[in-house]
Write a protein that binds this ligand. Structure first.
Ligand SMILES: Cc1cc2nc3c(=O)[nH]c(=O)nc-3n(C[C@H](O)[C@H](O)[C@H](O)COP(=O)(O)OP(=O)(O)OC[C@H]3O[C@@H](n4cnc5c(N)ncnc54)[C@H](O)[C@@H]3O)c2cc1C
Length: 406
């Protein structure tokens, strides 16, 4: 059995919900339906921004995005800017506020508010939301598409694919539709996890679990810096985390043998740090070296720095530290190196690097240049953004553009 619709949207996530609203607003007489694999729409949206949904960023520009076809992002953002996305949400009744570094959140501080305004608009417009319906395949017909699902099959004239990629698959997306689009003739650049913790090799990290410190992290290939970021670094059992680390993870694929360097005091040079340590030697000369970093780092971190610099045992008095040891400690503080491991684990990723080649999609309409009447939006495309609202901005903008042009 098959059901006819004029316009079908695959995926009720960030891009799909906006695409459906705009498609129906522009084609009020047509049947518009969303097919969603999960039991409800917008699960990832609800988890976004730690449940607060960082929906866009006022300083959005091309420099915060990565992908093989950079011109694409310029055109999409030019066609549907941050102001436009905020205004579209205002029209739906959502009040927003701007926080640090231009991050935009709902004033309610609840991602549920963002999802609710989208859902209520869909209901008011009469868009059908068909949940528990996983698309298994898409067949091109003379005119339109035949879509097979785990339930009934669907026939439609126009199809908007908003099925995401495979970041955090427990929230819905598993890149299954990207594979279908590949079989239909699209090129797909390799998928790798982005905006995720970076696994590193170090036996010392387990004792730092839960410790957070402000610093600079750099992704290196040999001595060549691929990217560096400032911010709060979080230590975990066998990985480094925090927004600054997340932003490096997207670039891991650029390194053959990636390495992470941490600068724990980025605003002080090595000479200044050596002077501070000499001063500490003078003040605390008669106490154990494990207290050397009093007033600078938490004790746990200080002890690991000493181990890394091989300044042991902890029972030694601070007065016994030699100039050579102080030099080694300063080196660890300024340039602590970790061998990083590339990973294919998407379970903790907030985004995916790679996807349908942007060069095969018209950024003015989001229509595929390979298949007429097929539109592709959001994370399925080979574009990923840094942390800070850039991924949702792209998802909303591409959804709005597709819906308006379908
Ligand atoms: C934990 C977390 C927090 C995040 N926080 C932020 C943030 O604060 N700010 C930000 O900018 N970005 C954030 N992101 C990234 C952002 O959520 C995504 O970039 C964005 O949701 C992508 O939108 P999308 O519409 O392309 O895909 P999705 O939102 O993933 O939606 C795709 C939908 O398609 C459905 N689907 C998939 N396959 C099928 C199929 N075969 N049949 C039917 N339906 C299917 C899925 O169930 C899903 O509902 C976060 C991501 C995660 C995982």
């Amino acid at each position: 059995m098959s059901v006819n619709k004029n316009i079908i949207i695959i995926g009720g996530g960030a891009s799909g919900l906006f695409a459906a609203i705009k498609a129906k607003e522009n084609n009020p007489q047509k049947d518009v339906a969303i097919l969603e694999a999960q039991s409800r729409v917008g699960r990832k949206l609800l988890s976004s921004g730690n449940g607060r949904c960082n929906l866009t960023n006022t300083s959005c520009s091309k420099k915060y995005y990565h992908g093989s076809f950079r011109k694409f992002i310029d055109i999409v953002l030019g066609n549907c800017s941050v102001d436009r996305v905020i205004k579209e949400f205002m029209k739906l009744g959502l009040m927003t506020k701007v926080e640090d570094e231009g991050r935009v959140y709902p004033v309610s501080n609840h991602a549920g508010s963002v999802l609710d305004v989208l859902r209520f608009r869909l209901d008011a417009l009469g868009v059908e939301t068909i949940c528990d319906t996983r698309v298994n395949d898409i067949h091109r017909q003379k005119k339109g598409f035949y879509i097979t699902t785990n339930n009934v099959d669907y026939i439609c004239d126009k199809l908007i694919v908003c099925a995401g990629s495979c970041a955090s698959p427990k929230l819905g997306s598993d890149s299954s539709v990207i594979k279908i689009l590949k079989e239909l003739g699209h090129n797909v650049t390799p998928l790798s996890p982005a905006l995720c913790p970076i696994k590193v090799k170090s036996e010392l990290l387990s004792s730092l679990k839960g410790v957070r410190v402000e610093g600079k992290v750099s992704l290196l290939e040999g001595e060549n810096i691929i990217k560096e970021e400032y911010g709060e670094i979080q230590f975990a059992d066998n990985s480094l985390s925090g927004i600054c680390v997340f932003n490096l993870s997207s670039e891991m694929k650029k390194a053959r043998k990636p390495c992470i360097a941490i600068d724990l005091l980025p605003y002080s040079d090595k000479k200044y740090i050596i002077n501070i340590l000499l001063k500490h030697k003078e003040i605390y000369n008669n106490i154990n070296i494990e207290n050397l970093f009093t007033g600078v780092f938490v004790k746990k971190l200080g002890m690991v720095i000493l181990k890394q610099a091989q300044v042991l045992p902890f029972s030694r008095k601070i007065s016994s530290i030699t100039d050579d040891e102080i030099e080694r400690i300063a080196d660890v503080i300024k340039d602590w190196r970790f061998e990083a491991q590339k990973s294919n684990d998407f379970s903790h990723a907030q985004a995916v690097s790679g996807g349908i080649a942007g060069s095969e999609i018209n950024p003015y309409s989001m229509e595929s240049s390979i298949i007429n009447n097929l539109y592709i939006c959001g994370e399925a495309i080979d574009i990923d953004g840094d942390c800070g609202g850039f991924n949702l901005q792209f998802a909303f903008a591409s959804g709005i553009i597709a819906g308006e042009n379908v």
